[in-house]
Design a binder for this molecule. Structure first.
Ligand SMILES: Cc1cc2nc3c(=O)[nH]c(=O)nc-3n(C[C@H](O)[C@H](O)[C@H](O)COP(=O)(O)O)c2cc1C
Length: 440
């Protein structure tokens, strides 16, 4: 018998937040309290035990008043509110793990480039090379208003500014050579001044003298993760990102998304193998398929879920879905200056589905529906990856908030099933996050 080829491995990461965990379901606990990071440490340790590449911390910089026109629903549902700052949490998690990558979301709207580069370099040192940066430009006027602006710049302009921002932070990360610290006792020299250079950056929007006053981290610069899904967002990702959060409907949509990102990367002269697309999914699992289907059905049809999902999506896209009838199709194709990629994926324009149906099949399940036993879900993930070509999945808890129970269904049910098929890592072999993500 000819030897069967080992299956192509794919990557797993988790889409997390520094917000509340599940608090009002039968297997729920603290809703975030106490806010001391211990829950997130446990979460990270479970992911590390299961061999995840990294944990992303989504973030927002405002209390959304979009859904229903004020903050009442946002606060009632705990929809992307409250959120702690993911950067100190990343440091705390880093101290309690050894291999897992940690990817806080930091917005180009809020951080001056120098501070962001310094923060990332510090975190990369503290975690010994396991930091990523989820690069976002923010998509909400209310966030802009927390930083002295009247409204958010238009998408094209935001991305143009972000291109310049990346140019500057890359120069700051490179402003110290890796071997700049010489600790030469004979000459009494700490750092070699020929290996530390100012950047003297004069852009359209940013000016910075440099150099960074921080020793660069083991990765030189953090892993860059990006989630813009509009054409302009994809162009940005193709140019800069090491990994991309993929949002698409179905296997064909996933393949088209990945092919597009890779084509764009190749056009900028990059090796497409060095940009990994991870697709958002939210598996719903149980001991039997029937029970998983029941849990999924009950989850996506609960009023709590429908409103929480629309409040989440509203906060992301700056669209007030409370204006629309839940039992009718959307009356028009929606446009936004916020997250256009997410909105397009959600609205499935032309499908004729009611808003409630869009929530039920778009909101909870991510790129493909994954409902069944861990073995069934593992098989479907394998089939999807085979058809798409790679590169992995980003798991997000279904129905809004995370619980320990859900976490362990994935780390102790799904992941072992994937490992038995040789589809995901069983151990870490690389020293830094970027090398882990590029390992296969
Ligand atoms: C899956 C996903 C996750 C995102 N996470 C965040 C986030 O945590 N914080 C944030 O401000 N924006 C987030 N964004 C917004 C994007 O980074 C981007 O700024 C926004 O979608 C606008 O880009 P687009 O119009 O190209 O999609 C996310 C987008 C997607 C699709």
């Amino acid at each position: 018998m000819p030897p069967t080829a080992a299956p192509q491995k794919f990557h797993l990461a988790w889409f997390a937040s520094a917000g509340p965990d599940e608090w009002n379901a039968p297997f729920a606990s603290g809703g975030g309290r106490p806010w001391n990071g211990r829950f997130h440490i446990e979460w990270a340790q479970a992911l590390e035990r299961a061999g995840f590449d990294f944990m992303v911390m989504e973030d927002k910089l405002h209390v959304s008043e979009i859904y229903g026109g004020d903050a009442r629903m946002t606060l009632k549902l705990g929809a992307l509110t409250p959120l702690q700052d993911p950067a100190p949490l990343a440091a705390l998690i880093g101290g309690a793990t050894r291999h897992l990558g940690i990817v806080p979301t930091l917005s180009t709207l809020s951080y001056p480039p120098f501070l962001l580069a310094r923060l990332c370099a510090t975190l990369d040192n503290l975690t010994e090379g396991r930091i990523g940066w989820n690069i976002v430009t923010s998509g909400e006027d209310a966030a802009a208003q927390n930083f002295g602006l009247d409204k958010l710049p238009e998408r094209e302009l935001r991305y143009d500014m972000a291109d310049e921002y990346l140019d500057l932070v890359n120069r700051l990360f490179a402003s110290w050579d890796a071997d700049a610290v010489v600790l030469d006792r004979t000459t009494g020299t700490y750092a070699d001044p020929t290996k530390v250079r100012p950047v003297n950056f004069e852009g359209r929007w940013f000016r910075c003298r440099g150099p960074l006053n921080t020793v660069p981290g083991p990765q030189g610069r953090p892993l860059y993760l990006q989630a813009g899904a509009s054409p302009r967002g994809r162009a940005f990702a193709a140019q800069h990102a090491d990994a991309v959060i993929g949002v698409a409907n179905g296997v064909a949509g996933m393949k088209a998304f990945r092919d597009d990102v890779r084509r764009r990367a190749a056009e900028t002269g990059r090796d497409p193998q060095r940009i990994k697309v991870l697709f958002l999914v939210s598996p719903v699992m149980a001991e039997t398929e029937a029970e998983a289907v029941r849990r999924h059905h009950e989850g996506v049809h609960s009023d709590d879920y429908v409103h929480r999902n629309l409040a989440f999506l509203g906060a992301f896209t700056d669209v007030d879905f409370a204006e629309f009838d839940l039992d009718q199709p959307l009356p028009r194709k929606l446009e936004t200056n916020g997250g256009m990629g997410s909105l397009d994926k959600f609205q499935q324009w032309g499908s004729g589905k009611t808003l409630r149906q869009l929530v039920a099949d778009g909101g909870s399940t991510g790129s493909i529906p994954l409902v069944g036993t861990p073995e069934q879900v593992a098989d479907r993930m394998a089939e999807a990856m085979q058809a798409v070509g790679g590169d992995g999945f980003l798991i997000k808890a279904p129905f809004g908030h995370i619980s320990r129970r859900y976490l362990h269904e994935v780390t102790d049910g799904l992941v072992p099933a994937l490992q038995r098929r040789g589809l995901v890592r069983t151990e870490y072999t690389q020293a830094t996050l970027r090398d882990t993500v590029l390992e296969f």
